[in-house]
Design a protein around this ligand. Structure first.
Ligand SMILES: Nc1ncnc2c1ncn2[C@@H]1O[C@H](COP(=O)(O)OP(=O)(O)OP(=O)(O)O)[C@@H](O)[C@H]1O
Ligand SMILES: [Mg+2]
Length: 275
């Protein structure tokens, strides 16, 4: 099972919009796909018209008293299932910290899903926490929507350094520019400078389009509600780039990430607020 996390320390950058559209396209291409909404706000659950699950407390999940398989819902789209968010996920990191091997817990919880699914998408909340460190350990590909500002690019640099320090040389970091407004000179300049420094930046850029914003009103993936729209075609391009990446070779993973290393990432990023 390939694990694709959509993450960024910053909020409101397009993580959920990306996760929902890419998960839909992945399923539409024939892969048994699960989208796990890890954000207590439940935006991905809302976008796919899912309901919260009563038994989905983060404490019980982390303690192994509830299995993820028990909480899975059909999305209504072929081959796409949803693990809905729960408000208790706001304390996910607290419960992870209370367990042994706290940075590997998510990977352990996810393992049984590999018998059912080809691809697992993780829609992550903004911020840096023990949960984000678990996500980085578990994922094969990290998709990072970046608003083109200098602070976002600095965050990318810090994330790259963090991954290198942990020795996760096989973890693929796939940043792309999101909420782009090419009329703004800051966006234009930031994109040009970042492309020169980060060759792994995907070529697809997602502009600020009201058609994309309206997805939250329609509560359906764009390629489902308007398959031939420019926005749907754009996400298809993004998916073609992401899906072409090789999965992580787990044998090369270094063990024993120290707890608390995410704190250095948080400090370096300077802020966890909206871009
Ligand atoms: N390309 C876009 N153009 C216009 N609006 C967008 C675009 N992408 C996302 N949005 C809108 O911006 C808001 C934030 O998007 P989204 O929820 O995907 O971001 P997020 O990073 O998941 O946010 P959070 O950190 O709160 O989880 C939403 O209202 C969404 O509809
Ligand atoms: Mg979100």
């Amino acid at each position: 099972m390939r694990i694709i996390a959509v993450t960024n320390i910053k909020g409101g950058v397009g993580k959920t919009t990306t996760a929902v559209n890419l998960a839909y396209l992945c399923a539409a291409a024939g892969a048994a796909t699960l989208l796990w909404d890890l954000d207590p706000q439940g935006a991905a659950t809302y976008a796919l018209q899912g309901d919260a699950q009563e038994r989905a407390s983060a404490k019980r999940l982390v303690a192994g008293k509830v299995e993820l398989q028990e909480l899975i819902l059909a999305s209504g789209y072929p081959r796409l299932d949803l693990l809905p968010a729960d408000f208790s996920y706001r304390n996910f990191a607290v419960h992870l910290a209370a367990r042994r091997h706290p940075t590997e817990r998510l990977l352990k919880m996810i393992r049984p899903l590999s018998e059912i699914y080809d691809t697992l998408f993780l829609d992550c909340p903004a911020g840096v926490s023990l949960l984000s460190e678990n996500v980085l350990r578990a994922a094969d590909l990290i998709v990072v929507p970046l608003v083109p500002t200098p602070l976002s690019v600095r965050m990318l640099e810090q994330l790259q350094e963090f991954i290198a320090r942990e020795g996760w040389t096989d973890l693929r970091l796939l940043p792309f520019f999101s909420l782009v407004d090419r009329r703004r000179s800051l966006h234009e300049q930031t994109i040009a400078a970042a492309r020169a420094r980060f060759p792994q930046l995907l070529t697809t850029e997602v502009p600020y389009w009201s058609e994309i914003e309206r997805m939250s009103v329609r509560r359906a993936p764009l390629p489902a509600s308007a398959p031939s729209s420019p926005a749907a075609l754009l996400y298809a391009r993004l998916w073609a780039e992401v899906s072409g990446e090789e999965p992580r070779a787990r044998a090369h993973c270094s063990g024993g990430a120290a707890m608390g290393t995410v704190a250095t990432l948080a400090a370096a990023a300077g802020s966890s607020s909206t871009a």
